[in-house]
Design a protein around this ligand. Structure first.
Ligand code: C2E
Ligand code: CA
Ligand code: CA
Ligand code: CA
Length: 275
């Protein structure tokens, strides 16, 4: 039994070693990705639930990894978050999003996702200030999407950062709303410009009475605090019409448009078409 136990332990060790190795390789590849300009942004519109007019676009990062094709954020952002790589990726993302938005209709906002670590980066506010200055984007057109995780870690610091961002004129959205632990207290104590209902509730809404009740509760909570609501992951007309009847201001999802590269003709570059 002792022998077998030790054997198991060795197998476990080897597996753990493998995992560490893979993580290190991924970190190295991510480092090269930053240097080598391998990230791209796709944009997904947010529209008015009544008129379907575009009010803004959310930037979603993708990694054009050489030899591996398009890698989606869930497969590399968590690893980047465990190191300082996320801060470099984040700065790149904010800049690329602002550079894109400057070419759009001036009424449309651009939303950028920030992970907790990025949000708490002491250089964030100054970096954003510089990026806005250099790109010339009106701060009111930039919206940062943060999750509760960013606020839980250090409530005091988070409040200070939010105030500084708001003072610049930037908008703040609370993302994935309803999936966290103490969402209620956060909407009350932080100055959000928007709440985003998580797509898990939207997906379950039409069939399931309880999910629908949660969506209704989120919308009425937000409205009682004068905060407009965006529903993400809207895939069907049924969902869209229910959300409209619940007075949800904006919707986003495959029903309206999938995330896609925002290509203006002058940007068309044969090099970026390679895979
Ligand atoms: P999220 O912010 O909740 O973004 C919504 C995700 O749902 C996106 O996945 C989007 O492509 C997908 N989606 C949009 N509409 C629909 C729909 O109708 N149905 C379904 N099934 N899915 C829909 P994506 O692009 O893979 O991003 C996943 C997550 O990665 C994002 O979740 C966000 O948390 C994170 N992320 C994306 N870009 C960035 C970034 O630049 N920086 C950071 N820190 N995180 C990012
Ligand atoms: Ca988001
Ligand atoms: Ca979400
Ligand atoms: Ca998310």
């Amino acid at each position: 039994a002792k022998e077998a136990g030790r054997g198991c332990f060795r197998v476990y060790d080897a597996a753990l070693h493998e995992v560490h190795e893979q993580k290190r390789d991924l970190e190295t590849a991510l480092h090269d990705a930053i240097e080598g300009d391998q990230f791209v942004l796709h944009f997904q519109p947010k529209v008015c639930s009544h008129t379907r007019a575009i009010v803004g676009r959310e930037a979603l990062i993708r990694w054009n990894r050489p030899g591996r094709g398009m890698v989606y954020p869930d497969n590399f952002i968590p690893v980047a978050e465990q190191s300082l790589l996320i801060n470099d990726i984040g700065r790149w993302t904010i800049r690329a999003a602002c550079e894109a938005a400057i070419k759009w209709d001036a009424n449309e906002t651009v939303a950028v996702n920030l992970s907790a670590r990025q949000f708490l980066d002491p250089d964030l506010v100054e970096d954003i200030r510089n990026i806005l200055h250099e790109t010339g984007l009106n701060p009111s057109r930039l919206e940062l999407e943060i999750t509760e995780t960013a606020l839980i870690l250090n409530k005091q610091l988070a409040a200070t950062i939010l105030m500084q961002l708001k003072a610049i004129g930037i908008k703040i959205a609370l993302d994935d709303f309803g999936t966290g632990y103490s969402s209620m207290s956060y909407v009350q104590s932080f100055p959000f410009d928007r709440l985003k209902i998580d797509r898990s509730f939207v997906a379950a809404m039409n069939g399931d009475r309880k999910s629908r009740a949660i969506v209704e509760a989120i919308i009425s909570l937000a409205h009682s605090l004068d905060i407009p609501v965006v529903a993400e992951g809207v895939e069907t007309e049924e969902q869209a019409s229910l959300l409209r009847s619940l007075l949800c201001e904006e919707i986003q999802g495959f029903l309206i448009a999938r995330p896609e590269p925002f290509i203006l003709s002058e940007q068309a570059d044969p090099k970026s078409a390679r895979s």
